[in-house]
Design a protein around this ligand. Structure first.
Ligand code: FES
Length: 104
């Protein structure tokens, strides 16, 4: 599956929340950063196997629950050890009350 895919309803991703969804066989994380800003990254930490939505979202940064690695959810950039590889990000658009993500 590629192109724009509906992954959730906007109402399902509360402000300040990180929510796990699956689309196109991929595990994705949606983040509501407030002010109508929704971001999407891969939900799987690049360090080992952990779901980032089990971690903590603050100021646009998600902290992995396993070893406290942190990523900027807007750029996917790894911000500290033990992260060595950035996170994949996906474009997001809102249509009506739906969140759509562009998958490769
Ligand atoms: S698994 Fe995420 S920091 Fe280690």
């Amino acid at each position: 599956m590629s192109g724009w895919t509906k992954v959730a309803k906007l109402a399902d991703v509360a402000e300040g929340a990180a929510v796990a969804v699956e689309a196109g066989g991929q595990q994705l994380a949606l983040y509501n950063l407030g002010g109508g800003e929704i971001r999407c990254t891969s939900n799987v930490c690049t360090h080992a196997f952990a779901l980032l939505t089990d971690g903590w979202l603050e100021d646009g940064v998600i902290e992995c629950p396993l070893h406290a690695g942190r990523f900027d959810v807007r750029t996917g950039k790894g911000l500290c050890a033990p992260i060595e590889e950035d996170l994949a990000t996906h474009p997001v658009k809102i249509e009506g009350g739906d969140i759509l993500v562009e998958l490769p």
